[in-house]
Write a protein that binds this ligand. Structure first.
Ligand code: SAM
Length: 361
């Protein structure tokens, strides 16, 4: 069944989620009510009132009521996920421990806990507790053993070529990004687009379907559209839904080709065995390879793609492991003479060239 996407469904997500086709969503991002339980107005030292979250949608009469609500929407989300899909939930100390336990009771499998460290948090004005400077995101698979989409290489690239860690330092939503009407915030808990950018890029492919059951001001939809993903938002408040629609309509349609919106996984590239460099004439039997640029050991290339070294034979990887004394990838250590330039190059460079040549052939 072809699912209608890029639209906001107005109503209670507990009723609407079961109407969406099973196994249609690649990602569900949920920013549910936190049940903040604010009992009194908050004031700054200069007596100005703090614009805290005291909305009616965040009020529950007891933890039991909140748990029942949580169980209902989390149960409704699970059948919607594709086997490779995943669920992200954001919360604070007020609710995230309850949400985490219910997730596990329902059969979801928690993959990571991400801490969003706010680089510009609101101070604790009364000075009676620590500044509350983070929120928590739980990332869960549909069930134990499910292989959820995760773009490790995209995250690494986004993080300056270092593996992305579970502590994300990002500012809260403010300035031009914050939706305002008549000077007032449109939504009290609008999330920063940077947060959603990371979530969506890490867990989906271009064209994937992202569902947000607590759409609010539509942050998820705006970022999904920017990243060439499809989206469905559910929101029970018509005023928020209208503001979200205006916001997303203003985001230009992504016309980028898929290759600009995803990160190739080097492990998924077609395997090129070392011997192919000989078949392609980039190396010949009898050529000398030097181990590492410091000018270490030398080995001779054999016609079958193995290396001859100290009277023995082995692959580029087997000999590299012996020479390094531990696991390593031969492509990253052996240097060959490039006949065309007379310079020593890493054999991996010759492999890259071959791959390019074969792609355009
Ligand atoms: C924490 S806010 C989400 C904010 C959103 N992530 C953003 O960036 O603007 C939660 C939203 O869920 C909505 N909501 C609460 N209960 C709901 C329900 N049962 N079904 C659908 N929406 C609901 C509220 O009206 C509110 O806008």
């Amino acid at each position: 069944m072809e699912i209608q996407h890029d639209r906001i469904l107005l109503g209670d997500c507990r009723k609407l989620l079961p109407q969406l086709p099973h196994e249609s969503a690649d990602l569900i991002f949920a920013d549910p009510p936190y049940n903040l339980q604010l009992r009194q107005e908050l004031y700054r030292p200069d007596s100005s009132r703090v614009d805290a979250v005291d909305d009616s949608w965040d009020r529950f009469s007891s933890f039991e009521e909140y748990d029942g609500f949580t169980r209902e929407w989390l149960s409704a989300c699970r059948p919607l996920l594709k086997p490779s899909g995943s669920l992200w939930v954001i919360g604070s100390y007020h609710n995230i421990h309850r949400v985490g336990a219910i997730l596990q009771d329902l059969g979801y499998w928690i993959l990571n806990e991400i801490v969003w460290i706010k680089s510009n948090p609101m101070p604790n004005f009364r000075g009676v507790r620590f500044t509350n400077a983070h929120e928590t995101l739980l990332w869960a698979a549909r069930e134990r053993g499910a292989r959820s989409t995760f773009h490790h290489h995209a995250m690494k690239s986004l993080n300056g070529d270092l593996q992305m860690r579970s502590d994300w330092v990002l500012p809260v939503c403010s300035g031009g990004e914050r939706l305002r009407e008549g000077g007032e915030k449109v939504h009290s808990t609008q999330k920063p687009e940077a947060l959603l950018y990371r979530v969506i890029l890490s867990s989906t492919d271009p064209g994937a379907l992202v569902v947000d059951p607590f759409f609010g001001s539509g942050t998820t939809g705006a970022v999904a559209k920017r990243l060439g993903r499809r989206w469905i938002g559910i929101e029970k408040d018509p005023a928020y839904a209208a503001a979200a629609k205006r916001r997303i309509d203003a985001v230009p349609e992504s016309e980028l080709r898929t290759e600009y919106l995803s990160t190739p996984n080097p492990r998924k590239r077609e395997r090129i065995p070392f011997g192919r460099l000989l078949e392609a004439g980039l190396l010949s039997a009898g050529d000398t390879l030097v181990f590492d640029s410091r000018g270490g050991e030398k080995a001779r290339v054999c016609a079958d793609g193995s290396l001859s070294w100290k009277g023995g034979r082995g692959s580029i990887h087997q000999l590299a492991r012996i020479l390094r004394g531990g696991p390593c990838n031969g492509w990253d250590h052996w240097l060959a003479l490039d006949r065309r330039t007379g310079k020593r190059v890493l054999i991996d460079q010759l492999r890259v060239e071959l791959r390019e040549k074969e792609k355009t052939a």
